[in-house]
Ligand binder design. Structure first.
Ligand SMILES: Cc1ncc(COP(=O)(O)O)c(C=O)c1O
Length: 432
């Protein structure tokens, strides 16, 4: 057969954002010795293979003791194709109540192949026709843009500003989108320790955002992979879903950072009523489940068992399960901020934000950073980071870079930031 023209394949494949992601990966592969502040991956030194076995045991014990399953039922549950909405929905509902103060019925939860599938399913459902658009706080996590492209859904940017979302700009963008004949269906955001900015929304901002969502009839897609990683041990601001009294919020969850990313388990809590001719037919989760049955059929029961078992072992609380991790990330964040203060004194022209938790810090430098700058940083100084322009639609002249520290040991953080300081002074001196 003749070669298939790339132009005859879906345009998401040719998306420049996809190419730039590959480029970032290539730079990391070409410089394996460099200290990488690029990957937002969980810390590896505490992985224990035997824990995976223990979690599986915990889950089967739970099935036998708490759900009265017979050995045959347990075998079938683990071996067979399974319920599309998942087999750990009850445990996830308890986890949401215990850790997040969120009350949702287990039937309103769909367990997905990572949060990424949840984003895809929600956007697929909301993109009913060519008028439907999604708003997203910008800078935006790549995965949302990727999912939107797969369903041909335009993404309308809303400025983050220093508070995590600029609410005036949100209202402006909703009005503009409507003026253009489009329907803004939802706003995507990461309210806690956002990727990529590290910013969190205050309680006041959350309340005002919920008011706007309710008034404008725009759903909120709350993505919450980092919420438990509060650095100072202080109390968390409630999630949007915990504050939601009107079913305005679809809550997207990921167990990649709190469970283990190898399991690829996430979920969506979607308790919005769906009606036909004014008659209620169920909740949005049921429709998402129909879509899921055409994408992945069901999330691997084995993977769900591992995550379910981890939750069971720790009283349904990922907060409890992650005490060590929370301490490690908290120490790492403090170490990054301490190093930055020491290496970039006042007058250096370098500044950064001070997130209260999570995996990311944003650094502003006195020169433009792009992929070429990154390549020089990797080759000549042995340090890798992510240029912030990748998180903005159509931006190239950013002076900001994202530092992700979650994967690094204290020693690597120190070495990496020393290298970063030498890179910054070279670039500034060279006047790039
Ligand atoms: C904001 C955000 N959402 C979702 C994800 C991906 O989640 P999952 O691994 O569950 O697909 C990430 C991973 O980095 C993320 O930063």
């Amino acid at each position: 057969v003749a070669a298939i023209s790339l132009l005859d394949l879906h345009e998401s494949i040719r998306d420049p954002a996809m190419l730039s992601m590959n480029l970032l990966n290539d730079i990391a592969t070409d410089h394996p010795e460099a200290v990488s502040f690029a990957a937002g991956r969980p810390f590896e030194d505490i992985f224990r293979t035997e824990l995976i076995h223990d979690y599986l045991d915990a889950f089967t014990e739970y099935l036998a003791n708490e759900r009265s399953c017979s050995p045959e039922e347990i075998r079938r549950l683990l071996y067979q194709y399974g319920r599309t909405k998942g087999i750990i929905h009850e445990i996830v509902a308890e986890y949401l109540r215990i850790d997040e103060g969120i009350e949702v019925h287990p039937e309103a939860i769909v367990v997905t192949v990572g949060c990424q599938e949840a984003m895809f399913l929600v956007l697929r459902a909301l993109r009913a026709d060519e008028r439907d658009a999604v708003l997203a706080v910008s800078p935006t996590y790549f995965g949302l843009n990727g999912a939107a492209r797969l369903v041909d859904m335009p993404v309308v940017s809303v400025d983050s500003g220093p508070l995590g979302i600029d609410l005036d700009h949100l209202e402006h963008q909703i009005a503009r989108t409507r003026d253009a004949g489009l329907r803004p269906r939802a706003l995507y955001l990461v309210p806690d320790f956002s990727n990529p900015t590290g910013l969190s929304l205050s309680l006041d901002t959350r309340t005002r955002l919920l008011d706007i969502a309710q008034r404008e009839r725009v759903l909120l897609l709350e993505d919450n992979p980092y919420g438990l990683f509060r650095a100072d041990g202080g109390t968390r601001v409630p999630s949007l879903k915990a504050l939601d009294t009107d079913q305005s919020v679809i809550h997207l969850g990921s167990f990649s950072k709190t469970g283990l990313p190898g399991a690829r388990v996430g979920f969506v809590a979607a308790d919005q009523q769906v009606s036909v001719d004014g008659r209620r037919t169920g909740v949005l989760a049921d429709q998402l489940s129909l879509l899921k049955s055409n994408v992945t059929l069901n999330t691997s029961p084995i993977a769900q068992a591992v995550i379910g078992g981890k939750l069971v072992r720790h009283g349904r609380s990922m907060l409890r399960a992650n005490q060590r991790e929370i301490q490690i990330y908290s120490d790492s964040l403090r170490r990054v901020l301490g190093n930055l203060t020491r290496l970039f004194p006042d007058g250096s022209g370098v500044s950064w934000n001070t997130p209260a938790g999570g995996f990311f810090v944003v650094l502003t430098v006195p020169f433009t950073v792009d992929d070429k700058t990154l390549e020089r940083s990797a080759r000549e100084h042995g340090v890798i980071w992510t240029p912030m322009h990748h998180f903005y639609e159509g931006m190239s002249n950013s002076r900001q870079l994202r530092l992700s520290f979650s994967l690094l040991t204290p020693e690597r953080i120190d070495t990496g930031l020393e290298r970063l300081a030498s890179f910054v002074s070279h670039e500034a001196a060279a006047g790039h």
